[in-house]
Design a protein around this ligand. Structure first.
Ligand code: 5GP
Length: 183
């Protein structure tokens, strides 16, 4: 069985984080830790949630070719460390929780990566979740909803689309997709 590079994307508020947590609890996956220039949210630790870099540090890494993919969205850089992921991939499946531009960059450099888009049952559900988690102000929520439309418009370029209508069902569907792809 081959080790899979699994890209999970989906708009802010779709419940990606919860799905990833559940997958990690149930299966033997490792999660990539991305770099970002956005400031840490309360409780986010450097090296766990993200590696928090300054824009200068991030741009230096871009110049060195240190990223497997990166993108700039919501006014900040986000990127996946190439060595970090390729090293983890030697010993098992690796999950990247990243947005679509990055996901498509991964697909173009690693054609055998598995791209899964997580979609909301409807856009109203996104607004409710984003407002409920209280980590973004109203303007940021609007920006994220606009971005959500863009992300979902790229779904057809992904290998699979999984609707997060029910956590248990969505996680099982993803596990089944991964199982099939590994065989
Ligand atoms: P947040 O600021 O809410 O943690 O993340 C915002 C968005 O950035 C999410 O859609 C998340 O999936 C995406 N993201 C996180 N890490 C990376 C990364 O390394 N590369 C790319 N392209 N997007 C990322």
């Amino acid at each position: 069985m081959r080790n899979l590079l699994i890209v999970l994307s989906g708009p802010s508020g779709v419940g990606k984080g919860t799905i990833v947590k559940e997958l990690l609890k149930r299966g033997d996956y490792s999660l990539s830790v991305s770099c970002t220039t956005r400031p840490p949210r309360e409780g986010e630790k450097d090296g766990e949630a993200y590696f928090f870099l300054t824009a200068r540090e991030f741009e230096k890494k871009i110049a060195e070719g240190g990223f497997l993919e990166y993108s700039r969205h919501f006014g900040n850089y986000y990127g996946t460390l190439k060595d970090f992921v390729l090293e983890k991939l030697k010993s098992g499946d690796v999950i990247l929780e990243i947005e679509v531009d990055g996901g498509l960059q991964v697909k173009s450099s690693h054609g055998d990566a598995l791209l899964i888009m997580i979609a909301p049952p409807d856009v109203g559900a996104l607004r409710t979740r984003l407002a409920g988690r209280g980590t973004e102000n109203p303007q940021e929520i609007e920006n994220r909803l606009k971005r959500a439309e863009y992300e979902l418009s790229k779904s057809n370029l992904y290998d699979y689309v999984v609707v997060n209508d029910d956590l248990e069902r969505a996680v099982s569907e993803i596990e089944n997709i991964i199982k099939r792809e590994k065989e």
